[in-house]
Design a protein around this ligand. Structure first.
Ligand code: FAD
Ligand code: NAD
Length: 497
């Protein structure tokens, strides 16, 4: 057996984990292990290579391709000439791949204190007893290279779940890991799932001109959102592409014709909730039914670490990993492998906390998971923060909440847009004006929600936010101002006017 690589810090995962290598470690040794992400085995994790960044780089051209539809509402005739998928794809990935490669070579070649293990690694099954005896954490790579480190961070992320059905491993069945690199735009695509990823890709492909069939197991899309947004979005999606509910994928069978590039099309065999079978001939299938934490890939359970019921690592407020209910000193986790919210801004925040705690073990800081917003960059776009109306009613009693749903179309900028569907909903405690949540669907809702995130983060009440500042007239942000003003909350005598 070869001599283990020894280091002060070990990191498993080069996504958000990559940012832990701060100047503090310059005169110390770091081992960074990453097996590679997506169909190209890229460095730098999900967000950069197969997640947030490339998806939004496809959302933008897709939104522009909807230009004629939007322009027609305001009496302008536009014509879409072409959508050049191969050029678009290559432009997007030439940027993404260059950043990924730059990141790899910076870590691997330029930083002398960092050893990069471009392999899948597994925690030593006797991780905890060895740590007690030697003071070090141990893990091993597939080629037998082993590493021992004083502190260790598990930032190994999550991966797409695939249903175990016949044909699911055909090359025409994609996940978000591979779909963005396909050779050409499909004419007809079936998307399985009704959550973030399915709704974003349904928006992308339908905007670019593909015929989209979205299939969800439950009734309605985006079931995690507030009911008003969920219903409004489902109704819009049903107008924009085909949406089928209460069905799932039974099998995928290769056909002779259709398809994209070298692969022929497939028949997606769906099974309805009452047991009927329905066949859809499509060019390809995208499966987007959730992501599972990579705890199995790192051997977390075998190493004696505690797991949540959904397979995530259990961490305390300092992001320390728990074993038998107790935090293991020097062992941290962050991002999708331990976080309830699989969101990049959450992983980044946790990484800042872990970076601090690694460098200051005597002054540990806690992570914060209140007022975590998210946006779904579909068509229409959606955004949310805080409690849904149902959750707020359960938390403080329905009689104590006040809500306002502001239509974009009832504001000046909404008139300019001829907007017919945008809504912004705020939920507050009617007793003291505390903002409990906000939920929106419509143009730029991911930006419009930020003042509410700010108010919730800094504890500002609804009336103070509405009247304690100027709102630019007649900007679209007046949607938010009007939603705040529509809440029935107490207004103190000396409140700003
Ligand atoms: C299609 C898509 C779109 C998204 N869009 C958004 C968005 O718009 N906004 C948003 O906030 N979030 C979005 N997300 C979620 C976001 O990408 C993730 O929450 C975030 O990237 C998680 O970061 P992480 O550091 O935890 O994991 P990752 O970035 O996945 O990093 C984990 C790394 O660990 C490596 N690894 C795993 N196991 C091992 C092992 N045993 N040995 C060695 N290496 C290993 C992996 O290869 C990977 O590189 C999106 C996700 C997807 C899939
Ligand atoms: N914009 C963003 O912030 C963004 C974008 C993409 C992904 N993400 C993150 O990635 C996570 C994973 O995304 P996701 O969309 O894969 O999962 P998800 O949990 O958001 O949605 C899964 C969906 O698949 C459906 N489903 C599950 N099994 C099914 C089956 N067998 N047949 C048909 N439908 C089925 C569920 O009803 C649900 O609608 C998200 O929860 C989110 O945290 C975030």
């Amino acid at each position: 057996m070869s001599t283990p690589v020894t280091a002060d810090l070990g990191i498993i995962g080069s996504g958000s984990g990559n940012s832990l290598i701060t100047p503090f470690w310059e005169d110390k040794r770091v081992v960074l292990a990453d097996k590679g992400t997506g169909s190209t085995g890229a460095f730098g994790g999900t967000c950069l290579n197969v997640g947030c960044i490339p998806t939004k780089m496809f959302v933008r051209p897709s939104a522009l391709a909807r230009g004629p539809e939007e322009a027609a509402k305001v009496d302008v005739g536009l014509k879409l000439h072409s959508v050049d998928w191969p050029t678009m794809r290559d432009r997007i990935f030439s940027r993404v791949d260059a950043i990924s490669e730059g990141g790899r070579s910076y870590r691997d070649v330029e930083l002398e204190n960092v050893e990069l293990l471009s392999q899948k690694v597994t925690l030593a099954p006797d991780l905890l007893s060895r740590r007690r005896e030697s003071g070090r954490f141990a893990f091993t790579a597939e080629d037998g290279t082993s590493a021992e480190t004083e502190q260790l961070v598990i930032a190994a992320g999550s991966r797409p779940v695939k249903p175990q059905v016949p044909g699911v491993d055909l090359p025409q069945v994609h996940t978000s890991d591979s779909i963005m690199r396909i050779e050409d735009l499909p004419q007809r695509v079936l998307i399985l799932g009704g959550g973030y990823i399915a709704c974003e890709f349904a928006g992308i492909f339908s905007g670019l001109g593909s015929e989209v069939i979205q299939v969800n197991r439950s009734l309605g899309l985006m079931s995690v959102l507030d009911e008003d947004i969920q219903k409004a979005y489902s109704a819009e999606a049903e107008k924009n592409w085909t949406v089928l509910y209460q069905r799932t994928l039974g099998a995928v069978v290769e056909r002779q014709e259709g398809g994209v590039g070298e692969h022929p099309g497939v028949t997606a065999q769906l099974v309805t909730s009452d047991g009927r079978e329905e066949d859809y001939d499509v060019d390809l299938v995208l499966v987007a039914i959730g992501r599972r934490p990579n705890t199995d890939l790192v051997g977390a359970e075998e190493a004696g670490l505690d797991l949540e019921s959904d397979g995530r690592l259990v961490v305390d407020d300092y992001q320390r990993v728990l074993a038998q209910g107790e935090p293991v000193e020097g062992l941290y986790a962050l991002g999708d492998i331990s976080s309830e919210a699989q969101l990049k801004h959450v992983a980044n925040h946790e990484a800042r906390v872990v970076a601090h705690n690694l460098e200051n073990p005597q002054r540990l800081r806690t992570s914060r998971h209140q007022a975590v917003p998210s946006a779904i960059f579909s068509y229409p776009e959606m955004a949310q923060v805080g409690l849904t109306e149902a959750q707020a009613s359960e938390r403080i009693g329905g009689q104590n909440i006040t809500t306002k749903v502001q239509n974009y179309g009832d504001t000046a900028y909404g008139w300019a847009m001829e907007d017919s569907y945008g809504i912004f909903k705020i939920i507050a405690d009617r007793r003291d004006g505390t903002i409990l949540g906000a939920h929106a669907m419509g143009y730029q809702s991911s930006n419009l929600i930020q003042p509410i995130v700010q108010a919730m983060s800094f504890g500002q009440d609804a009336h103070t936010v509405a009247r304690g500042q100027f709102w630019i007239h007649p900007a679209l942000m007046e949607v938010v101002e009007n939603a705040l003003l529509g809440l029935e909350v107490p207004i103190p005598e000396d409140a700003p006017l």
